[in-house]
Design a protein around this ligand. Structure first.
Ligand SMILES: Nc1ncnc2c1ncn2[C@@H]1O[C@H](COP(=O)(O)OP(=O)(O)OP(=O)(O)O)[C@@H](O)[C@H]1O
Ligand SMILES: CCCC(=O)O
Length: 355
């Protein structure tokens, strides 16, 4: 009998849970949370006990005893910037997740893992959280010292997909130069230089291409005018950047599937907005290729929108001159979490300590 691992990936409207026996999947659950249920909680962190009980109930219903687990691993949240890797949940991390300065469902990942692990008397981990920061110093500087650029991106899926691609084509991640574009509800486009993400747009907070739910970079002067117009609260503006920006602001939906249906029905506005989003993505890919000095082994497209043929064709037409385009639709975040826990349990790596 091998190591049994529970992986937890909390999203804004669901909690995804997977149970593995070593590499063998035993259970894969998506626990959905309706807008009415979510509305009961003023802040995301207030959903902790509710989501934990839901996971425990679901495991019980599937006849699983958590006492047979070897480890629990969650998607990590907006803690302090840290290098990529696996981290054991400790007091410092618990505190920083509880009091994270920005709201994000992944703040619950380490805490949910920790609560369940404590009951089972085992350790909890996180891996490659959204705050992984390996940026070069020159990438960190913006045009004003009060507004440094921050590395907040889909580190877990970006790293896992980059390594998967390197394995497939027979190169070593630590020696490869890659541009990876995660195209999901948020979009991050990163320069992976010999195993380090040396530059990336902040996918959460007004930086980079616009995305289904994110505004991306906005003209700063116009944003300042909006902030001081008296028409919006701070919360309203934050929502414009993350949650109600991008496709949601222009078209009232965060679904690329719906956008494509509308384009198919002749909706010209939907076509222009979709093309504008693709145009922003190709510009960001070009920027990251330049950050790598043009020495790029592959441009990798991943995330839910990489399922979309029209988006992939648009990007391929503009970016094929940079390097071969490789497409890995969707994300495998739960599987990546399990893989990360397994290498710790097998003693291949020692988990890092969050300070
Ligand atoms: N088969 C598909 N064809 C076209 N678009 C798709 C398909 N599947 C998902 N999408 C689109 O992908 C987007 C969501 O991507 P994804 O599921 O990666 O995002 P998420 O997990 O909610 O957010 P994030 O990736 O930022 O964490 C949505 O706009 C959705 O409509
Ligand atoms: C990786 C954080 C950005 C997002 O949620 O889209």
């Amino acid at each position: 009998m091998g190591f049994k691992i529970l992986a937890i990936n909390p999203g804004s409207t669901s909690t995804k849970v997977a149970l593995y026996d070593e590499e063998r999947p035993l259970l894969d659950l998506t626990l959905r949370h309706s807008a009415e249920q979510i509305a009961h909680y003023p802040n995301i962190i207030d959903q902790l006990d509710w989501r934990r009980d839901m996971i425990l109930t679901a495991l019980k219903e599937h006849g699983f005893d958590i006492m047979s687990l070897a480890a629990v691993i969650g998607r990590g949240g907006l803690i302090k910037p840290i290098p990529a890797g696996v981290y054991e949940v400790n007091d410092a991390m618990r505190r920083d997740l509880q009091h994270a300065t920005m709201e994000h469902a992944s703040n619950l990942g380490g805490l949910l893992a920790d609560g369940i692990a404590a009951t089972a008397g085992i350790k909890a981990y996180i891996a490659d959280p959204v705050v992984v920061d390996e940026m070069d110093d020159i990438a960190r500087l913006s045009g004003h010292p009060d507004c440094p650029r921050r590395s907040i991106f889909h580190a877990l899926n970006q790293k896992a997909t980059a390594r998967l691609h390197c394995d497939r084509i027979g190169i070593v991640y630590e020696k490869a130069n890659l541009v990876v574009a995660h195209l999901g509800g948020g979009i991050s486009v990163a320069a992976h230089k010999q195993g380090r993400v040396v530059d990336v747009n902040n996918a959460l907070d007004g930086d980079g291409p616009f995305a289904p739910e994110r505004a991306g970079t906005l003209p700063a002067g116009e944003l300042v005018d909006l902030c001081f117009s008296g028409r919006y609260t701070r919360h309203d503006i934050q929502q414009m950047l993350a949650g109600k920006g991008g496709l949601v602001a222009h078209l009232g939906t965060n679904s690329m599937i719906q956008v494509m249906e509308r384009i198919g029905q002749g909706d010209e506005k939907a076509r222009v907005v979709k093309d504008a989003m693709c145009y922003g993505i190709v510009k960001q890919i070009g920027a990251m290729a330049a950050a790598l000095g043009g020495q790029v082994d592959a441009v990798i497209l991943t995330g839910g929108i990489a399922h979309n043929k029209s988006v992939v064709e648009y990007i391929s037409e503009f970016c094929s001159f940079i390097a071969p385009i490789a497409v890995y639709p969707g994300e495998n975040e739960l599987e990546s979490l399990v893989t990360n826990a397994l290498v710790v349990l097998r003693g291949v790596i020692t988990p890092k300590v969050y300070a």
